[in-house]
Write a protein that binds this ligand. Structure first.
Ligand SMILES: [Zn+2]
Length: 77
């Protein structure tokens, strides 16, 4: 049981190094792109980029609650 837990915590999806389609050498794995150090070929990860921008947009859209409470005080006739 304990073994299963620790194994789960340590799990990381293995991503094989991407090979440059131009020169065939291994490309550097960046957060949003792959870059070849030999011929400087760059391939963007469009999917990851989209998800990130979506999250950012949601963060910036914080609804502001207008303060209310003055209206209700002493309005009764
Ligand atoms: Zn290359």
């Amino acid at each position: 049981m304990a073994e299963e837990k620790s194994a789960k915590k340590d799990i990381r999806p293995y991503v094989p190094p991407k090979e440059c389609p131009k020169c065939g050498s291994r490309m550097a794995n960046h957060a949003d792109r792959y870059t070849c150090g030999k011929c400087s070929y760059t391939e963007f990860k469009s999917q990851a980029k989209e998800a990130q921008t979506e999250q950012k947009a949601q963060d910036a859209k914080k609804p502001q609650k207008p303060k209310q409470g003055k209206k209700d005080s002493g309005a009764a006739v």
